[in-house]
Design a protein around this ligand. Structure first.
Ligand code: SF4
Ligand code: SF4
Ligand code: FES
Length: 478
């Protein structure tokens, strides 16, 4: 068993595990220790020398990412001497760097820019024409671009392809100050997790083809969410922005650390799935393919529920939150409606891998199961043959099976534009996955919450608020 010992960091006594890496305790103490090459998912490499600290009793400063904790250790990250050491190392890092922050996509979230501004290196001691130049826009594969001049050779990206994906696409080529990161001859960066190198890169050397030059990061707002691309429920940041005269738009998903779910990474498919949230939206309500107000659609659905509740099949889906599913379960129980969560269309065995991706491409099947909502085929088919009214809620099962709905009254509650919009009797648009609050239970039975800050009432309202309105109107009718 590891021993807990006391160490002193900048005069404060801190408990730490003997033998563990000192830099982790600097992070825990919210000390902004400069670092490029260390990353908790990749461990120590010790190549950038930026994380120097003073340790009492050591003749020279030590790199904190490769210093094991020892009982009684006294560590200083501040002071004239150690700050000068770090400043000199930073100046070396900057010797051949173009410092082209105004045109760099990483500006605003670049470690080198932060350190450079803190260090006050506004004037280089080296003329620009004397710097080494390297390639500026190298296409590394389907999702990632490289600017070799901006690279600080921290090797996080190549270690990611060696140690995490084991695809070994990246390496360092040439020597000394002509060293550059590149793909090996004949290889492209094309694993299903390739875009994680963009987040790992501490500078603007690796950028996402999808995001680059689309938006300045300081204009974006962020909230914490989970990805709905499969049942893993990877934790993400959603970066979005409302522009004048336009809807709030999502510009990117970024991975959010959660060691119980996804660690530090997400897959590229999940990362790029934000586009479905922006596109393919329904914004209008329809009755018999004519645009109507939300109020009119809500009232018509309430009338149907009032007169025919026992003739209704409610088809819900594992894209709904636990709270929404519980609401429909209660409704079905109290009003004699039939309820099914049949949704085999979200299963895709080709998507699964041994990292994060699962074959169930929906976020809350475990939640649906825990609530006891049946997904059985036989039960669903029986109910479908018996009931005259089908209320479909965020479930695209009938997308290519519309013939099964012939002679049925179809009510569609959906955030996404589907072909059913053209044939359903009533269509009611609802807020999408990331526009509402709710909890979801992933494949490992971890329940996670989303609290959204975007497009709160778009296009018509959240499913819960709309359904409550429908229910209370239908009771008034009674
Ligand atoms: S490209 Fe980025 S992550 Fe890769 S070595 Fe250079 S600075 Fe590090
Ligand atoms: S593994 Fe699944 S949940 Fe995670 S990012 Fe990919 S699609 Fe999304
Ligand atoms: S972060 Fe410690 S040497 Fe790079």
């Amino acid at each position: 068993m590891s021993d807990i010992v006391n160490i002193i960091i900048n005069g404060k006594e801190v408990e730490a595990i003997e033998g563990s890496v000192l830099i982790d305790y600097l992070f825990k103490e919210n000390i902004d220790i400069p670092h490029f090459c260390y990353h908790p998912a990749l461990g120590t490499d010790g190549n950038c020398r930026m994380c120097m600290v003073e340790i009492e009793g050591s003749k020279r400063p030590q790199i904190s990412c490769d210093t094991p904790v020892k009982a009684g250790m006294v560590v200083r990250t501040q002071g004239e001497n150690i700050e000068k050491v770090r400043r000199d190392i930073l100046e070396l890092e900057l010797i051949n760097h173009p410092v082209d922050c105004p045109t760099c996509d990483q500006a605003g979230e670049c470690k080198l820019q932060d350190y450079y501004m803190e260090g006050g290196f506004y004037e280089s001691r080296l003329e620009a024409e004397n710097k080494n130049h390297a390639k500026k826009a190298v296409d590394l594969g389907k999702n990632v671009m490289l600017d070799q001049e901006r690279c600080v050779l921290c090797t996080r990206c190549s270690r990611f392809t060696d140690e995490i994906t084991h695809t070994n696409e990246l390496g360092i080529f040439s020597r000394s100050d002509h060293s550059v990161i590149s793909t090996f001859p004949g290889k492209e960066l094309e694993s299903d997790y390739s875009m994680n190198v963009v987040d790992l890169c501490p500078v603007g050397a690796l950028t996402s083809k999808d995001f680059r030059f689309n938006q300045r990061v300081w204009f974006l707002e962020t909230f914490e969410a989970i990805c709905s691309g499969c049942s893993k429920g990877c934790n993400i940041y959603v970066d979005h922005k409302k522009e004048k005269y336009k809807d709030d738009q999502i510009f990117r998903f970024r991975p959010r650390e959660n060691l119980d779910v996804n660690g530090y990474f997400i897959c590229d498919d999940g990362r790029l799935s934000y586009k479905d949230e922006n596109d393919k939206r329904i914004s209008d309500a329809f009755i018999s393919q004519e645009i109507v107000s939300t109020k009119e659609a809500v009232t018509n659905i309430a009338n149907l529920l009032h007169t025919h509740s026992s003739d209704i099949l409610l088809l819900v889906s594992p894209f709904l939150s636990n709270e929404e599913l519980a609401m429909f379960k209660d409704y079905a129980k109290n009003n004699g409606a039939a309820l099914s969560g049949y949704s085999p269309q979200y299963n895709d065995k080709t998507f699964a891998d041994d990292m994060l991706r699962t074959s169930d491409r929906s976020p809350n099947r475990a939640g649906m199961k825990a609530l006891g909502i049946s997904e059985g085929k036989k039960q669903f088919e029986e109910l479908l043959s018996q009931k005259k009214i089908v209320v479909i809620v965020e479930n695209n099962y009938f997308e290519d099976k519309q013939d099964l709905l012939e002679r049925k009254e179809v009510i569609l509650l959906s955030s996404n534009d589907t072909t059913l919009v053209e044939s359903a009797n009533i269509v009611l648009p609802i807020a999408s996955f990331l526009e509402k609050d709710g909890s979801y239970t992933n494949i490992d039975e971890v329940t996670q919450h989303i609290k959204s800050t975007m497009r709160k009432n778009a296009p018509a309202g959240t499913l819960i608020s709309l359904w409550q309105e429908i229910e209370s109107l239908s009771q008034e009718e009674a």
